[in-house]
Design a protein around this ligand. Structure first.
Ligand code: NI
Length: 138
């Protein structure tokens, strides 16, 4: 771990009060940790923008009774196996399935996979959690 450096930040009073309310809502124990997370979030965005290797998760909710969907979702995943780390299928209830796909690799490919899966007719909801490999944000 790199050594800690302290530095002063000047902020408008109103903005700082808002920031303090926000970090309290989000259960941060102090401003420093909240500030660190904000900075890291910007670096993660930069990784996605600039084509660095990224990591993340795709979630899909879809109708269990549509057997064609499972087959389509599987076919697409076979075409993106270079960026898929693992896939988990969860039977949410009698009618709904949840597919969790962990991904790592080129952000354009990851986005393309997420968009392709989400746009399948019958997929009720899809998300892409855009995270980091963690290497560049320590
Ligand atoms: Ni299922």
């Amino acid at each position: 771990m790199s050594s800690l450096v302290r530095f002063g930040v000047s902020l408008e009073k109103g903005l700082l009060e808002k920031f303090d309310r926000l970090i309290k809502e989000r259960n941060y124990t102090n401003r420093s940790e909240a500030f660190r997370d904000l900075i890291r979030q910007e670096f993660v965005k930069k990784e996605w923008r600039e084509g660095e290797d990224v990591a993340g998760a795709i979630t899909l909710i879809y109708d269990h009774h549509r057997k064609d969907l499972l087959s389509k979702i599987t076919d697409i995943q076979h075409n993106f196996q270079n960026i898929i780390i693992s896939t988990q299928h969860i039977h949410l209830d009698h009618d709904n399935c949840l597919e969790l796909i962990a991904v790592r690799g080129n952000p354009i490919e990851v986005q393309k996979l997420a968009d392709t899966l989400r746009s399948i007719k019958g997929v009720k909801h899809g998300t892409l959690s855009m995270s980091s490999t963690g290497k560049e944000i320590s």
